[in-house]
Design a protein. Structure first.
Length: 355
């Protein structure tokens, strides 16, 4: 009898083994999938509000103050951006007609975007837009290694327009923090004679008129200037969480950043800094560990410098649908990578008195 049933036992055993193996495979696949999408990482995150510290872990105000006054800080910097200016354009902000500027526009531009830069020069980057409001526009570029033809074109552009600052880092998305902080460095070194600084991507629509309106007193009750010592860091403010799924362009590991939220930050496409904010944030960066996303890094610096971001809905981080009459109060809008589209929209708004 046992001999007769033996094949059945074997078949049953094989079936059970197959079922077990199937469930093991499903469980392993599920674990891998959950890990890939960051489920376990989220469980290990540290609560931001009560636990936040970011290297350098301590009060940096004393050190920042020392650096601002050209003194030696008690603790040496942990982070410096020691790249070389290939095209420094250090005379850009020296003009016998003006001792200071109202706004300096810093355009973060990809090296190959010649047509975008030309469209900006013809529209919101035109330095004589308002004859009684002195301003400057400059373009921050990196390099494309081993592309001599492209570099020759950039050098010709720089010689013609005298508005290019180029630094020796590879021009790529993940190097935008370097581009931004080298812009800070250039401004502190060569262009500290402006009251405000506006950082803008090269695919943005900007209303110069609305920028100037915004940097007057924020609540618009009195038509007065903001005070000289204001620390303004303004744009579209986000409070969001790190991306933990590993396929994301914005993936961040726990070792890079362990908290469940970012500090409040302004989207990097367009934001405004006052001179005091620029100086404090530049020197605070010496004590702020490098981070690969520029808007997050600026938010981390602002947090350590005790500068609160100021939110304004008219800085559109997405492309605001365009009609002739719905851009009256728009300060910036993303999505204008097509130079012709930018020129058409900007010229139409200028004719309406909105740009």
């Amino acid at each position: 009898m046992y001999c007769l049933l033996r094949p059945c036992f074997r078949a049953s055993s094989r079936l059970i083994t197959k079922v077990k193996l199937k469930y093991v495979c499903i469980c392993v696949s599920l674990i891998i999938l959950l890990d890939f999408f960051g489920a376990f990482t989220h469980l290990l995150e540290v609560t931001y509000d009560s636990n936040f510290v970011y290297p350098y872990e301590g009060d940096v105000h004393e050190f920042v103050n020392a650096l601002r006054h050209k003194e030696k800080p008690k603790v040496p910097p942990i982070n410096e951006f020691n790249y070389t200016f290939i095209l420094d354009n250090k005379q850009k902000c020296i003009d016998p007609a003006y001792s200071s500027y109202r706004v300096v526009y810093i355009v973060k531009s990809s090296i190959e975007n010649f047509e975008r830069r030309l469209a900006i020069r013809k529209s919101w980057g035109f330095e004589k837009r308002f004859f009684d409001v002195p301003s400057k526009t400059l373009f921050m570029l990196g390099v494309h290694p081993n592309d001599n033809e492209l570099q020759t074109k950039v050098e010709a552009e720089a010689a013609k327009y005298k508005d290019i600052v180029q630094v020796d880092f590879i021009d790529s998305y993940y190097n935008n923090t370097i581009k931004t902080m080298m812009a800070f460095k250039w401004l502190v070194k060569y262009c500290s004679n402006s009251k405000f600084y506006m950082f803008v991507d090269d695919d943005m629509y900007v209303s110069v008129k609305n920028v100037l309106r915004f940097i007057r007193r924020k609540r618009q009750i009195f038509d007065l200037e903001l005070p000289e010592d204001v620390r303004l860091y303004a744009g579209f403010v986000f409070v969001s969480s790190p991306h933990r799924h590993k396929s994301s362009k914005w993936y961040v590991s726990l070792s890079e950043y362990p908290y469940h939220l970012w500090p409040p930050y302004v989207t990097a496409g367009a934001y405004i800094l006052s001179k005091e904010a620029l100086l404090d944030m530049y020197y605070t960066s010496f004590y702020t560990k490098y981070f690969k996303f520029d808007d997050i890094y600026i938010g981390l610096i602002a947090k350590k410098a005790d500068i609160e971001p100021f939110h304004c809905e008219e800085f559109h981080f997405y492309k605001k649908d365009y009609t002739k009459f719905n851009y009256k109060y728009v300060i910036t809008s993303h999505g204008y990578g097509n130079p012709s589209e930018l020129l058409n929209a900007w010229n139409e708004q200028k004719a309406l008195g909105n740009a």
